[in-house]
Design a protein around this ligand. Structure first.
Ligand SMILES: NC(=O)c1ccc[n+]([C@@H]2O[C@H](COP(=O)([O-])OP(=O)(O)OC[C@H]3O[C@@H](n4cnc5c(N)ncnc54)[C@H](OP(=O)(O)O)[C@@H]3O)[C@@H](O)[C@H]2O)c1
Length: 290
């Protein structure tokens, strides 16, 4: 099977290379229609994965100041891929985010059919706008949230949270990467289409994750509780805090481990691989990156 992976040098692209190590990773701009069409015609892929996009460095605040670049990669690029793949009847997969919601939907969690209700950041608005355009076509959209695993990678949620002096105590859905890859591989193998929330069962607060970090990785670690009301004092763009429903995924016979079990297991692996990240003094030390 020939697989084309856009964004192969990024964080999520690297994850997909673990399950598809032979994927071709072109360096073409996904918003360059001629470039995308040329690579599709040259490689004739059976599957295209779009892991390209702007998430902002060091976090989504960047997108507020770089709206055109964010639009280019998060909206225009996927639309180019849509047209190019659709015209050639190529099955393709796009990475989206659960950060298009706020709240827990009255305890039910947000289903894939619920309209996005979080508009507090430009990043989230581009992800929602893109989904609205893609969802009418026969392709797969995978929504993940705040990915983590047992590696000391700087983009790992565990690494980021361990650097913050103040951490939010609001329940969220989050995604364990090895579980995500299993689910993605299963959905792709059966050529599933539509939107899927790919998050672990249940919800957990970043503060609770740091309590577990103290228990499992570093007993000396300490951080303060940050309440949602104080968040706007320390970040430029709003941050989505939300719980997603996994019912649709379960109807496919796929479920990710309960979230606390997955966090504990990642922290045990993390303990072996990390000496413990140094705290960084940055403007973003107080918050969770979307
Ligand atoms: N990581 C998360 O927390 C998270 C959570 C939910 C959803 N997602 C989604 O997952 C996708 C990938 O995110 P990521 O965390 O892997 O980001 P990343 O580490 O920044 O990787 C994105 C990759 O895409 C490339 N890229 C950006 N614009 C491009 C364009 N127009 N054409 C071709 N390549 C382009 C980037 O190259 P340059 O660096 O050269 O721009 C980079 O290599 C995004 O759609 C994001 O919204 C991520």
């Amino acid at each position: 099977m020939t697989i084309l992976l856009f964004g192969g040098r990024g964080y999520m692209g690297g994850q997909f290379l673990q399950i598809y190590p032979d994927a071709i990773t072109p360096s073409v701009d996904i918003a360059d229609a001629a470039g995308v069409e040329a690579v599709l015609d040259a490689e004739k892929p059976d599957l295209v994965i779009n892991a390209a996009g702007k998430t902002g460095v060091p976090n989504v605040d960047w997108c507020e100041e770089h709206k055109l670049e964010t639009f280019h990669s998060n909206v225009l690029g996927p639309l180019v891929l849509l047209e190019a793949c659709q015209k050639r009847s190529i099955y393709w997969v796009h990475l989206s985010s659960g950060c298009v919601y706020s709240g827990d939907n009255g305890g039910r969690g947000f289903a894939e059919t619920d309209e996005p209700n979080f508009t507090g950041s430009y990043y989230s608005r581009t992800k929602a706008a893109c989904e609205r355009s893609l969802r009418d076509f026969p392709m797969l959209i995978l929504r993940l949230r705040m990915p983590f695993d047992g590696s000391p990678h700087p983009r790992n949620l565990l690494t980021k949270l361990a650097q913050f002096e103040r951490v939010l105590d609001t329940e969220n859905s989050i995604t364990c990467l090895p579980d995500f890859l299993d689910a993605a591989e299963a959905l792709i193998a059966r050529r599933a289409t539509g939107i899927y929330n790919i998050v672990n069962e249940g919800a957990i607060s970043p503060y609770r994750i740091m309590e577990l970090y103290r228990e499992i990785v570093d007993p000396a670690h300490c951080c303060e509780r940050l309440l949602p009301g104080s968040l706007s004092q320390v970040v430029r763009a709003g941050r989505s805090n939300c719980v997603l429903s996994t019912e649709k995924l379960k109807e496919e016979g796929i479920s990710l481990r309960p979230v606390e079990e997955a966090v504990r297991s990642a922290l045990m692996e993390y303990k072996k691989s990390a000496v413990g990240p140094k705290r960084v003094e940055t403007l973003n030390k107080n918050c969770v990156q979307c």
